[in-house]
Design a protein around this ligand. Structure first.
Ligand SMILES: Cc1ncc(COP(=O)(O)O)c(C=O)c1O
Length: 466
Protein backbone atom coordinates (compact mmCIF):
# COMPACT_ATOMS: atom_id res chain seq x y z
CA UNK A 1 0.00 0.00 0.00
CA UNK A 2 1.39 3.42 -0.91
CA UNK A 3 2.13 5.97 1.83
CA UNK A 4 -0.47 8.21 0.19
CA UNK A 5 -3.22 5.62 0.65
CA UNK A 6 -1.94 4.47 4.03
CA UNK A 7 -1.51 7.86 5.73
CA UNK A 8 -3.66 10.48 3.95
CA UNK A 9 -7.40 10.98 4.40
CA UNK A 10 -8.77 11.94 0.98
CA UNK A 11 -11.68 14.29 0.41
CA UNK A 12 -15.23 13.46 -0.70
CA UNK A 13 -14.62 9.71 -0.98
CA UNK A 14 -14.68 6.41 0.86
CA UNK A 15 -11.03 5.86 1.72
CA UNK A 16 -11.29 2.23 0.58
CA UNK A 17 -12.22 3.45 -2.92
CA UNK A 18 -9.45 6.02 -3.29
CA UNK A 19 -6.88 4.90 -5.82
CA UNK A 20 -5.20 7.89 -7.46
CA UNK A 21 -1.91 7.83 -9.32
CA UNK A 22 0.92 9.93 -7.88
CA UNK A 23 1.45 13.04 -9.96
CA UNK A 24 4.97 14.37 -10.19
CA UNK A 25 4.83 17.17 -12.76
CA UNK A 26 2.84 19.18 -15.23
CA UNK A 27 3.02 21.85 -17.91
CA UNK A 28 0.17 23.73 -19.54
CA UNK A 29 -2.90 21.53 -19.91
CA UNK A 30 -0.90 18.34 -19.24
CA UNK A 31 0.31 16.59 -16.09
CA UNK A 32 2.09 13.28 -15.58
CA UNK A 33 2.52 10.56 -12.98
CA UNK A 34 5.47 8.73 -11.46
CA UNK A 35 5.07 5.96 -14.06
CA UNK A 36 5.54 8.45 -16.90
CA UNK A 37 1.86 8.42 -17.95
CA UNK A 38 0.62 11.76 -19.29
CA UNK A 39 -2.90 13.13 -18.81
CA UNK A 40 -4.71 15.92 -20.62
CA UNK A 41 -6.51 17.96 -17.98
CA UNK A 42 -10.08 18.66 -19.10
CA UNK A 43 -11.19 19.55 -15.58
CA UNK A 44 -8.38 21.97 -14.61
CA UNK A 45 -8.21 19.69 -11.53
CA UNK A 46 -10.97 21.17 -9.35
CA UNK A 47 -11.79 23.81 -12.02
CA UNK A 48 -8.94 25.83 -10.55
CA UNK A 49 -5.84 25.48 -12.76
CA UNK A 50 -7.10 28.13 -15.15
CA UNK A 51 -3.53 28.98 -16.19
CA UNK A 52 -2.58 25.35 -16.66
CA UNK A 53 0.07 23.60 -14.61
CA UNK A 54 3.31 25.29 -13.56
CA UNK A 55 2.73 28.61 -15.28
CA UNK A 56 6.29 29.90 -15.54
CA UNK A 57 5.61 33.56 -14.67
CA UNK A 58 3.57 32.60 -11.61
CA UNK A 59 6.18 30.10 -10.43
CA UNK A 60 8.87 32.74 -10.89
CA UNK A 61 6.87 35.35 -8.96
CA UNK A 62 6.47 32.92 -6.06
CA UNK A 63 10.17 32.15 -6.08
CA UNK A 64 11.11 35.83 -6.15
CA UNK A 65 8.70 36.73 -3.36
CA UNK A 66 9.98 33.77 -1.31
CA UNK A 67 13.47 35.23 -1.64
CA UNK A 68 12.27 38.62 -0.38
CA UNK A 69 9.61 37.98 2.28
CA UNK A 70 7.57 34.83 2.80
CA UNK A 71 5.27 36.06 5.53
CA UNK A 72 4.20 39.11 7.41
CA UNK A 73 0.96 39.33 9.34
CA UNK A 74 -2.01 41.51 8.46
CA UNK A 75 -1.01 44.01 11.13
CA UNK A 76 1.69 45.15 8.68
CA UNK A 77 1.53 46.22 5.10
CA UNK A 78 2.85 43.95 2.36
CA UNK A 79 3.54 45.13 -1.17
CA UNK A 80 2.09 42.14 -3.08
CA UNK A 81 -1.06 42.23 -0.94
CA UNK A 82 -1.70 45.90 -1.70
CA UNK A 83 -0.90 45.39 -5.37
CA UNK A 84 -3.26 42.44 -5.70
CA UNK A 85 -6.11 44.25 -3.94
CA UNK A 86 -5.63 47.25 -6.25
CA UNK A 87 -5.77 45.03 -9.32
CA UNK A 88 -8.87 43.11 -8.19
CA UNK A 89 -10.70 46.37 -7.46
CA UNK A 90 -9.65 47.75 -10.84
CA UNK A 91 -10.87 44.73 -12.78
CA UNK A 92 -14.14 44.71 -10.86
CA UNK A 93 -14.81 48.37 -11.62
CA UNK A 94 -14.18 48.21 -15.34
CA UNK A 95 -16.98 49.34 -17.58
CA UNK A 96 -17.78 46.85 -20.35
CA UNK A 97 -16.24 49.23 -22.90
CA UNK A 98 -13.00 49.42 -20.88
CA UNK A 99 -12.50 45.70 -20.87
CA UNK A 100 -10.81 45.50 -24.23
CA UNK A 101 -8.36 48.33 -23.53
CA UNK A 102 -4.89 47.33 -22.53
CA UNK A 103 -2.95 49.36 -20.00
CA UNK A 104 0.67 49.16 -19.00
CA UNK A 105 0.23 46.85 -16.07
CA UNK A 106 -1.57 44.47 -18.38
CA UNK A 107 -4.89 44.39 -16.53
CA UNK A 108 -7.12 45.49 -19.38
CA UNK A 109 -8.96 48.63 -18.59
CA UNK A 110 -7.86 48.35 -15.01
CA UNK A 111 -6.82 51.95 -14.50
CA UNK A 112 -10.14 53.10 -15.85
CA UNK A 113 -11.78 51.00 -13.17
CA UNK A 114 -9.78 52.69 -10.43
CA UNK A 115 -10.51 56.16 -11.85
CA UNK A 116 -14.20 55.40 -12.14
CA UNK A 117 -14.32 54.14 -8.57
CA UNK A 118 -12.43 57.14 -7.22
CA UNK A 119 -14.58 59.67 -8.98
CA UNK A 120 -17.76 57.98 -7.80
CA UNK A 121 -16.57 57.68 -4.22
CA UNK A 122 -15.53 61.36 -4.16
CA UNK A 123 -18.66 62.55 -5.90
CA UNK A 124 -21.60 60.68 -4.42
CA UNK A 125 -24.02 62.65 -6.59
CA UNK A 126 -22.78 60.73 -9.61
CA UNK A 127 -23.51 57.44 -7.85
CA UNK A 128 -25.76 55.12 -9.74
CA UNK A 129 -27.32 52.06 -8.14
CA UNK A 130 -24.26 50.18 -9.31
CA UNK A 131 -22.00 49.41 -6.40
CA UNK A 132 -18.46 50.68 -6.76
CA UNK A 133 -15.89 48.22 -5.57
CA UNK A 134 -13.56 49.69 -3.02
CA UNK A 135 -11.66 47.07 -1.05
CA UNK A 136 -10.64 43.43 -0.77
CA UNK A 137 -10.65 41.03 2.18
CA UNK A 138 -8.26 38.12 1.78
CA UNK A 139 -8.86 34.56 2.93
CA UNK A 140 -7.05 31.28 2.30
CA UNK A 141 -9.70 29.66 0.10
CA UNK A 142 -13.21 29.82 -1.26
CA UNK A 143 -15.03 28.45 1.78
CA UNK A 144 -13.50 31.08 4.06
CA UNK A 145 -14.51 33.72 1.56
CA UNK A 146 -18.11 32.49 1.84
CA UNK A 147 -17.90 32.51 5.64
CA UNK A 148 -16.69 36.09 5.72
CA UNK A 149 -19.13 37.32 3.08
CA UNK A 150 -21.98 35.98 5.25
CA UNK A 151 -20.56 37.64 8.35
CA UNK A 152 -20.10 40.96 6.56
CA UNK A 153 -23.62 40.90 5.14
CA UNK A 154 -25.02 40.31 8.62
CA UNK A 155 -22.91 42.99 10.29
CA UNK A 156 -23.57 45.64 7.69
CA UNK A 157 -27.33 45.14 7.36
CA UNK A 158 -28.00 44.22 10.98
CA UNK A 159 -30.16 41.37 9.66
CA UNK A 160 -29.63 37.62 10.04
CA UNK A 161 -31.09 35.60 7.20
CA UNK A 162 -29.22 34.37 4.16
CA UNK A 163 -31.04 33.21 1.04
CA UNK A 164 -29.24 30.58 -1.00
CA UNK A 165 -30.15 28.11 -3.73
CA UNK A 166 -30.75 24.40 -3.87
CA UNK A 167 -28.09 22.87 -6.11
CA UNK A 168 -25.37 25.30 -5.15
CA UNK A 169 -22.00 24.87 -3.50
CA UNK A 170 -20.17 27.48 -1.45
CA UNK A 171 -17.50 25.47 0.40
CA UNK A 172 -17.02 22.71 2.94
CA UNK A 173 -16.60 24.64 6.18
CA UNK A 174 -19.55 24.59 8.52
CA UNK A 175 -21.35 27.80 7.57
CA UNK A 176 -20.37 27.58 3.89
CA UNK A 177 -21.75 24.06 3.63
CA UNK A 178 -24.91 24.99 5.44
CA UNK A 179 -25.69 27.77 2.96
CA UNK A 180 -24.83 25.39 0.12
CA UNK A 181 -27.84 23.71 -1.41
CA UNK A 182 -25.68 20.70 -2.18
CA UNK A 183 -26.50 17.10 -1.37
CA UNK A 184 -23.09 16.94 0.30
CA UNK A 185 -24.34 19.34 2.97
CA UNK A 186 -27.39 17.34 3.94
CA UNK A 187 -25.67 15.81 6.95
CA UNK A 188 -24.77 19.22 8.35
CA UNK A 189 -27.90 19.11 10.45
CA UNK A 190 -26.71 21.61 13.03
CA UNK A 191 -25.51 24.13 10.45
CA UNK A 192 -26.29 27.84 10.35
CA UNK A 193 -29.71 28.90 11.46
CA UNK A 194 -31.49 31.58 9.45
CA UNK A 195 -30.85 30.16 6.02
CA UNK A 196 -33.68 29.88 3.48
CA UNK A 197 -33.21 28.10 0.17
CA UNK A 198 -34.81 28.79 -3.18
CA UNK A 199 -35.28 26.50 -6.16
CA UNK A 200 -32.61 26.82 -8.85
CA UNK A 201 -32.81 28.29 -12.37
CA UNK A 202 -32.54 24.82 -13.86
CA UNK A 203 -34.08 25.05 -17.31
CA UNK A 204 -33.38 21.48 -18.43
CA UNK A 205 -35.50 19.98 -15.65
CA UNK A 206 -37.40 23.10 -14.62
CA UNK A 207 -38.63 22.69 -11.03
CA UNK A 208 -41.72 24.70 -12.05
CA UNK A 209 -42.42 22.51 -15.09
CA UNK A 210 -42.04 25.49 -17.44
CA UNK A 211 -39.98 26.19 -20.54
CA UNK A 212 -37.51 29.02 -21.09
CA UNK A 213 -38.11 31.73 -22.33
CA UNK A 214 -41.92 31.38 -22.13
CA UNK A 215 -41.54 30.90 -18.36
CA UNK A 216 -40.69 34.63 -17.97
CA UNK A 217 -38.23 33.41 -15.33
CA UNK A 218 -40.69 32.08 -12.76
CA UNK A 219 -37.58 30.95 -10.82
CA UNK A 220 -36.71 34.64 -10.20
CA UNK A 221 -40.28 35.46 -9.11
CA UNK A 222 -39.98 32.54 -6.72
CA UNK A 223 -36.88 34.11 -5.11
CA UNK A 224 -38.88 37.25 -4.42
CA UNK A 225 -41.79 35.22 -3.07
CA UNK A 226 -39.49 33.42 -0.63
CA UNK A 227 -37.99 36.73 0.52
CA UNK A 228 -41.48 38.08 1.16
CA UNK A 229 -42.40 34.98 3.15
CA UNK A 230 -39.21 35.24 5.20
CA UNK A 231 -39.77 38.96 5.85
CA UNK A 232 -37.53 41.19 3.71
CA UNK A 233 -36.30 43.17 6.70
CA UNK A 234 -34.86 39.98 8.20
CA UNK A 235 -32.81 39.08 5.11
CA UNK A 236 -29.16 40.17 5.08
CA UNK A 237 -27.90 38.62 1.88
CA UNK A 238 -28.59 36.44 -1.10
CA UNK A 239 -25.70 34.24 -2.20
CA UNK A 240 -25.52 32.49 -5.57
CA UNK A 241 -23.09 31.27 -8.20
CA UNK A 242 -23.72 33.49 -11.25
CA UNK A 243 -22.92 30.99 -13.97
CA UNK A 244 -20.99 27.88 -13.00
CA UNK A 245 -20.77 25.38 -10.22
CA UNK A 246 -20.37 21.76 -9.21
CA UNK A 247 -24.15 21.28 -9.30
CA UNK A 248 -24.15 22.15 -12.98
CA UNK A 249 -26.59 25.05 -12.81
CA UNK A 250 -26.06 27.69 -15.49
CA UNK A 251 -28.83 30.28 -15.36
CA UNK A 252 -30.17 32.16 -18.38
CA UNK A 253 -28.54 35.61 -18.72
CA UNK A 254 -31.61 37.52 -17.51
CA UNK A 255 -31.68 35.68 -14.18
CA UNK A 256 -28.78 37.43 -12.47
CA UNK A 257 -30.04 40.97 -13.24
CA UNK A 258 -33.41 39.92 -11.83
CA UNK A 259 -31.66 38.94 -8.58
CA UNK A 260 -29.97 42.35 -8.55
CA UNK A 261 -33.30 44.12 -8.96
CA UNK A 262 -34.96 42.05 -6.23
CA UNK A 263 -32.09 42.73 -3.81
CA UNK A 264 -32.29 46.46 -4.60
CA UNK A 265 -36.00 46.48 -3.77
CA UNK A 266 -35.47 45.08 -0.28
CA UNK A 267 -32.03 46.40 0.68
CA UNK A 268 -30.58 42.89 0.58
CA UNK A 269 -26.89 42.45 -0.23
CA UNK A 270 -26.26 40.38 -3.35
CA UNK A 271 -23.28 38.06 -2.94
CA UNK A 272 -21.83 36.44 -6.05
CA UNK A 273 -19.80 33.30 -5.51
CA UNK A 274 -17.17 33.61 -8.24
CA UNK A 275 -14.90 30.96 -6.76
CA UNK A 276 -15.37 28.68 -9.76
CA UNK A 277 -16.76 31.08 -12.35
CA UNK A 278 -14.15 33.82 -11.95
CA UNK A 279 -10.89 34.53 -13.77
CA UNK A 280 -11.93 33.71 -17.28
CA UNK A 281 -13.66 30.41 -16.60
CA UNK A 282 -16.89 31.85 -18.02
CA UNK A 283 -15.26 34.02 -20.69
CA UNK A 284 -15.10 37.21 -18.58
CA UNK A 285 -12.96 38.21 -15.61
CA UNK A 286 -16.01 37.53 -13.47
CA UNK A 287 -19.18 35.79 -14.63
CA UNK A 288 -21.48 38.54 -13.31
CA UNK A 289 -19.83 40.85 -15.86
CA UNK A 290 -21.09 38.59 -18.65
CA UNK A 291 -24.75 38.80 -17.63
CA UNK A 292 -27.44 41.03 -19.13
CA UNK A 293 -28.03 44.54 -17.84
CA UNK A 294 -30.86 45.26 -15.42
CA UNK A 295 -34.05 46.91 -16.70
CA UNK A 296 -32.55 50.24 -15.61
CA UNK A 297 -29.62 49.51 -17.95
CA UNK A 298 -27.21 48.95 -15.06
CA UNK A 299 -24.53 46.29 -14.82
CA UNK A 300 -25.87 43.65 -12.41
CA UNK A 301 -23.01 44.19 -9.94
CA UNK A 302 -23.10 42.16 -6.73
CA UNK A 303 -22.41 44.01 -3.47
CA UNK A 304 -19.77 41.47 -2.55
CA UNK A 305 -18.20 38.74 -4.60
CA UNK A 306 -15.98 35.91 -3.52
CA UNK A 307 -13.13 34.35 -5.46
CA UNK A 308 -10.38 31.72 -5.03
CA UNK A 309 -9.24 28.96 -7.46
CA UNK A 310 -8.30 30.98 -10.59
CA UNK A 311 -7.11 33.91 -8.46
CA UNK A 312 -3.68 32.28 -8.34
CA UNK A 313 -4.49 29.62 -10.94
CA UNK A 314 -4.23 27.29 -7.91
CA UNK A 315 -0.48 27.76 -7.67
CA UNK A 316 -0.95 28.75 -4.00
CA UNK A 317 -4.16 28.66 -1.95
CA UNK A 318 -5.80 32.08 -1.79
CA UNK A 319 -9.32 33.40 -1.52
CA UNK A 320 -10.74 36.90 -1.42
CA UNK A 321 -13.90 38.97 -1.25
CA UNK A 322 -14.17 42.05 -3.39
CA UNK A 323 -16.33 44.43 -1.41
CA UNK A 324 -18.35 47.37 -2.71
CA UNK A 325 -17.34 50.62 -1.08
CA UNK A 326 -20.76 51.13 0.50
CA UNK A 327 -20.23 47.84 2.36
CA UNK A 328 -16.50 48.21 3.06
CA UNK A 329 -16.89 51.73 4.47
CA UNK A 330 -19.06 50.30 7.27
CA UNK A 331 -15.84 48.97 8.74
CA UNK A 332 -14.18 52.37 8.86
CA UNK A 333 -15.91 53.11 12.14
CA UNK A 334 -16.92 49.56 13.15
CA UNK A 335 -14.08 47.13 13.84
CA UNK A 336 -13.81 44.25 11.42
CA UNK A 337 -14.09 41.61 14.13
CA UNK A 338 -12.50 38.74 12.27
CA UNK A 339 -9.11 37.64 11.04
CA UNK A 340 -7.01 34.83 9.66
CA UNK A 341 -3.32 34.28 10.32
CA UNK A 342 -2.73 33.97 6.59
CA UNK A 343 -5.05 36.72 5.36
CA UNK A 344 -3.23 38.21 2.41
CA UNK A 345 -0.19 35.94 2.70
CA UNK A 346 2.56 37.63 0.65
CA UNK A 347 3.56 34.49 -1.26
CA UNK A 348 -0.04 33.83 -2.28
CA UNK A 349 -0.62 37.46 -3.19
CA UNK A 350 2.52 37.54 -5.32
CA UNK A 351 1.13 34.52 -7.16
CA UNK A 352 -2.18 36.38 -7.57
CA UNK A 353 -0.52 39.47 -9.05
CA UNK A 354 1.44 37.32 -11.51
CA UNK A 355 -1.67 35.32 -12.40
CA UNK A 356 -3.70 38.45 -13.21
CA UNK A 357 -0.80 39.75 -15.28
CA UNK A 358 -0.66 36.43 -17.16
CA UNK A 359 -4.41 36.38 -17.90
CA UNK A 360 -4.08 39.87 -19.34
CA UNK A 361 -0.74 39.47 -21.18
CA UNK A 362 -1.84 36.25 -22.84
CA UNK A 363 -5.36 37.50 -23.62
CA UNK A 364 -6.73 34.47 -21.81
CA UNK A 365 -10.06 35.96 -20.82
CA UNK A 366 -10.96 36.67 -24.45
CA UNK A 367 -9.46 33.32 -25.44
CA UNK A 368 -11.75 31.51 -23.00
CA UNK A 369 -14.76 33.18 -24.63
CA UNK A 370 -13.54 32.33 -28.16
CA UNK A 371 -12.35 28.80 -27.52
CA UNK A 372 -15.38 28.20 -25.33
CA UNK A 373 -17.72 29.07 -28.22
CA UNK A 374 -15.91 26.51 -30.36
CA UNK A 375 -15.99 23.92 -27.56
CA UNK A 376 -19.76 24.36 -27.15
CA UNK A 377 -20.25 23.78 -30.89
CA UNK A 378 -18.38 20.48 -30.56
CA UNK A 379 -20.33 19.44 -27.46
CA UNK A 380 -23.68 20.31 -29.04
CA UNK A 381 -22.73 18.26 -32.10
CA UNK A 382 -21.88 15.43 -29.71
CA UNK A 383 -25.33 15.76 -28.15
CA UNK A 384 -26.88 15.26 -31.59
CA UNK A 385 -24.81 12.12 -32.08
CA UNK A 386 -25.49 10.57 -28.67
CA UNK A 387 -29.01 10.08 -27.34
CA UNK A 388 -27.63 9.68 -23.80
CA UNK A 389 -26.81 13.42 -23.67
CA UNK A 390 -29.80 15.48 -22.65
CA UNK A 391 -28.38 18.98 -22.25
CA UNK A 392 -25.20 20.96 -22.84
CA UNK A 393 -24.99 24.25 -20.95
CA UNK A 394 -22.52 26.74 -19.57
CA UNK A 395 -20.44 29.70 -20.57
CA UNK A 396 -16.86 30.24 -21.71
CA UNK A 397 -14.74 27.23 -20.82
CA UNK A 398 -17.24 25.87 -18.31
CA UNK A 399 -19.43 23.22 -19.89
CA UNK A 400 -21.85 20.97 -18.06
CA UNK A 401 -23.06 18.00 -20.06
CA UNK A 402 -26.13 16.43 -18.48
CA UNK A 403 -27.22 12.92 -19.34
CA UNK A 404 -30.86 12.06 -19.91
CA UNK A 405 -30.82 9.46 -17.11
CA UNK A 406 -31.43 11.44 -13.95
CA UNK A 407 -29.49 9.88 -11.10
CA UNK A 408 -28.09 13.08 -9.57
CA UNK A 409 -26.49 13.18 -7.05
CA UNK A 410 -25.99 9.40 -7.22
CA UNK A 411 -23.36 8.31 -9.72
CA UNK A 412 -24.47 7.15 -13.12
CA UNK A 413 -22.48 3.88 -13.31
CA UNK A 414 -21.66 3.98 -17.03
CA UNK A 415 -20.56 7.63 -16.77
CA UNK A 416 -18.21 6.81 -13.91
CA UNK A 417 -16.80 4.02 -16.04
CA UNK A 418 -16.44 6.40 -18.98
CA UNK A 419 -14.32 8.74 -16.82
CA UNK A 420 -12.14 5.79 -15.80
CA UNK A 421 -11.74 4.65 -19.39
CA UNK A 422 -10.89 8.21 -20.49
CA UNK A 423 -8.18 8.36 -17.84
CA UNK A 424 -6.74 5.11 -19.16
CA UNK A 425 -6.46 6.84 -22.51
CA UNK A 426 -4.85 9.91 -20.97
CA UNK A 427 -7.84 12.25 -20.60
CA UNK A 428 -8.90 13.59 -17.22
CA UNK A 429 -12.58 14.57 -17.20
CA UNK A 430 -14.74 15.33 -14.13
CA UNK A 431 -18.07 13.57 -13.60
CA UNK A 432 -20.59 13.91 -10.80
CA UNK A 433 -23.91 12.11 -10.68
CA UNK A 434 -25.28 12.30 -14.22
CA UNK A 435 -23.16 15.35 -15.08
CA UNK A 436 -19.90 15.59 -16.97
CA UNK A 437 -17.90 18.81 -16.72
CA UNK A 438 -15.54 19.97 -19.46
CA UNK A 439 -13.51 22.81 -17.99
CA UNK A 440 -9.98 22.80 -19.41
CA UNK A 441 -7.26 25.30 -18.51
CA UNK A 442 -7.65 28.51 -20.47
CA UNK A 443 -4.24 27.86 -22.05
CA UNK A 444 -5.16 24.49 -23.60
CA UNK A 445 -4.14 24.07 -27.24
CA UNK A 446 -7.20 23.78 -29.45
CA UNK A 447 -5.79 20.60 -31.01
CA UNK A 448 -5.41 19.00 -27.58
CA UNK A 449 -8.96 19.94 -26.66
CA UNK A 450 -10.20 18.48 -29.93
CA UNK A 451 -8.38 15.24 -29.23
CA UNK A 452 -9.70 15.07 -25.65
CA UNK A 453 -13.26 15.60 -26.87
CA UNK A 454 -12.81 12.92 -29.53
CA UNK A 455 -11.81 10.42 -26.83
CA UNK A 456 -15.00 11.23 -24.90
CA UNK A 457 -17.02 11.01 -28.12
CA UNK A 458 -15.67 7.50 -28.77
CA UNK A 459 -16.41 6.37 -25.23
CA UNK A 460 -19.99 7.69 -25.07
CA UNK A 461 -22.69 5.08 -25.65
CA UNK A 462 -23.75 4.98 -29.30
CA UNK A 463 -27.26 5.93 -30.41
CA UNK A 464 -28.31 9.09 -32.19
CA UNK A 465 -30.97 11.45 -30.84
CA UNK A 466 -31.98 12.62 -34.32
C1 LIG B 1 -18.66 27.99 -6.27
C2 LIG B 1 -17.74 27.53 -5.19
N1 LIG B 1 -17.69 28.21 -4.05
C3 LIG B 1 -16.87 27.87 -3.04
C4 LIG B 1 -16.04 26.78 -3.16
C5 LIG B 1 -15.14 26.41 -2.03
O1 LIG B 1 -13.83 26.73 -2.34
P1 LIG B 1 -12.62 26.02 -1.55
O2 LIG B 1 -12.66 24.58 -1.90
O3 LIG B 1 -11.42 26.77 -2.05
O4 LIG B 1 -12.86 26.26 -0.12
C6 LIG B 1 -16.05 26.03 -4.35
C7 LIG B 1 -15.20 24.85 -4.50
O5 LIG B 1 -15.32 24.07 -5.40
C8 LIG B 1 -16.93 26.42 -5.39
O6 LIG B 1 -17.00 25.74 -6.54
Amino acid sequence: MSDEKRFVLHTWTKQSEWNGPTIVGGAGAWFWDDQGRRYLDLSSQAECCNLGHQHLAVVRAIQEQAGRLCYISNAWGAQPRAELARRIVAIANQNPEDRTQKTEDGAQGAEYGIERAQSQIQNPKSKTQNPVYGRVFFTCDGAEATEHAIKMARWVTGRRKIISRYRSYHGATHAALSVSGDPRGRNVTDGLRDVARVLPPYCYRCPFGLRYPDCALRCADHVEAVIQQEGPDTVAGLIAEPAAGTNGIAAPPEYWPRLREICNRYGILLIADEVMSGFGRCGAWFAWQAQSATQAGELPCPDLFTMAKGLTGAHIPLGAICVAEHVASHFDEHALETGLTYSGHPLACAAGVAAIQAYADEGLIERAARLGAWMFEQLRAMRRRHACIGDVRGLGLFACVEMTENTFPQPLPWLKQLARAALQRGVNVAVRGNLMFVCPPLVIEQGDLEWGLSVIDELLPQGSSI
